[in-house]
Design a binder for this molecule. Sequence first.
Ligand code: BV8
Ligand code: ZN
Length: 265
Amino acid sequence: MPTTSHKTEPYPSELLARLRTCRHLLVLTGAGVSQESGIPTFRDALNGLWGRFDPAQLATQEAFDADPALVWGWYEWRRSQVLLCEPNPAHWAIAALADRVPRLTLVTQNVDGLHQRAGSPSVLELHGSLHRPYCRDCGHPHVPADRPCDVALEGASLPPPRCERCRGPIRPGVVWFGEALPRDVWDAAETAARDCDLVLVVGTSALVYPAAELPLTALARGAVVVQINPDRTDLDDLATFRLRGTAAQVLPELVRQAWPEAGFG
Ligand code: BV8
Ligand code: ZN
């Protein structure tokens, strides 16, 4: 099946027809969907977070237990960055899709909350959220300030707040490596992967499991899988269609071409 560059218009008519007539659309997003909002991805060679920071020292329970201030400071810096960013046309196009297909399940690996801010009504956040920290010891939620933390700087340590219930340290509300994904969220995502007939995989390297299983599950059940990414990933060899371009280029154009009468954007 074809690889279509963003500049090669129009998109394949078979893909547009599939999108217009699909019964249940699954959209799986990764860091690439927020890249054009100014939020760095993880594995990008130039600016990726994991090129500059070591995930073993920041994104594991062991790291938090060893140096809570280092880890909390880093996540407050990221949360502050996100609060200064806005959703981009890719987030808006995904929100618009929910009004155009009979059923849409949006599953994200992102922890930034930008899909919700763009108006997506329901989002399955596989890896949690920067905006929902909770107590490490008793799980009690902690309500963060809804403004950027003015002392959070890249690489700066910041002692975590204490739980109002048990005085335990507050930890970021994300799923770290080696931690289980939230059971109900994962079950809903997997059920959607089994049921959907079309999947848009947007801006993910598809390297982190179990999230990367979702398109494979859908493929095995006969769904059409569309890969939207400026670069190659391992999923390219399996995807039914590949749209080469950035999320903010491709997604609005895809909505416009599939529903020209609705005049999106
Ligand atoms: C689990 C939250 C079991 C925190 C993240 C070997 C050793 C150790 C572990 C493992 C192993 N093999 C497998 C594992 C398991 C591990 C895993 O998969 N590791 C990988 C790396 C090998 N998984 C886990 O540990 C998971 N848990 O398995 O639990 C269990 C079961 C029961 C009980 C206990 C335990 C938990 C994984 C969650 C990790 N948390 N993040 C935080 O944010 O700090 S992961 C991290 O990667 C990110 O947060 C993100 O969510 C995730 C996925 O990354 P992507 O979103 O894909 O981003 P990436 O940078 O990679 O790619 C960006 C893409 O965008 C690129 O393709 C690029 O081309 C494209 N792009 C760039 N610009 C654009 C664009 N696309 C479109 N438009 C653009 N403009
Ligand atoms: Zn507590």
